[in-house]
Design a protein. Sequence first.
Length: 367
Amino acid sequence: MIDRDGFAALAEQTLEHFFLTPPADTEQYGIGVTSGTSRSKVLVAMREYPVAQGIFSSGPGRMLSTRGSLSTALNNAVFTKFRSRHFNARILTLDRADYAADIMPLLSDFAPDGITGYPHIMSQLADYMDAGTRDGVRSAEYVGEGLTASLNENLRRSFPRAKVSMAYMASEIGGIGRSCEFLPENQYHPLSGVTVEVLEPDDTGEGEVLVSKTIAFGIMVRQYRLADIGRIKPGTCRCGKPVTFEIVGRLGRDYVRLAGATFRRDLFDRIATANAELFEDYRIEAFLENDRGISRGKLIMKVYKKGGVGDASIRKINERFLTGLYVTPTQTLGTLVKKGLFSPLEIVVVEQPFPDETKEAKIVQRI
Ligand SMILES: [Zn+2]
């Protein structure tokens, strides 16, 4: 099993191999670079690209691409262009900074028949396309993040004639899985040569996703921890593929796993929304506490409300989370506190609103 640090060493091996013994068929290789947005070291690795994966093989003629930063998007566009001479697509790459009312005529002039990129960005971009332009989109490939029900609905309304496919990948190791016409959102079949496993699945089958595949030059990454949470779905798909996996969230952003319990951000959010009169916003810090040799889980919850949060409200917030927060399929946080596996919830009132960040981590695990 390896994590990002372990992967960094493998990534260096691929670069070394490429420069010391350059392959003859350079078209089969590209450089994968992580975006650096997850606040960790940027990873650079050579990658072997199987020709013709996904919609690029049959290919739209005019493709609109919005993938992360402009540099990532350009990298993708150049590479797609380079390996897709057989369909000769034109590619328009847009950055978030480009979204302004004046791009509407540009988009209707370009008239994309295919779109590819992060679904939430594509959904924002749809506001800058007229109905005719959106109707012209026949294929949509979503990558980089999962689809929530509302985002999915919004995209289907925006691009009603698009055949949707989803790709699951990581910048540093490339493609991992792809959806098929029979699978619901966020479910994929592993690509050929890729093995997907789930580490220590809980009662519902959820656990950290591990990926094994060859990156380049026969250098393999084995059981790479991507920090995504998922599960293996039982049964053979109607398309005939034997393995299906589902990605349910990202560790550290949507999930924290601690002392046998899983803390899901969406559950916190649901309880917070239902108790909006008590507090407006929150952040959670989760960690293992050592109490005289006994290790216990501990949560510190910071809450904010304009005008402050009184003692009576703090007691109510405490009660709502202890009884309403299911951290295993059958047990609440309150049950685990009673069993002594967790310390009581600690609520801290803060005076200032929390900073608004793009990759907002509401639940943070402290080590
Ligand atoms: Zn299938």
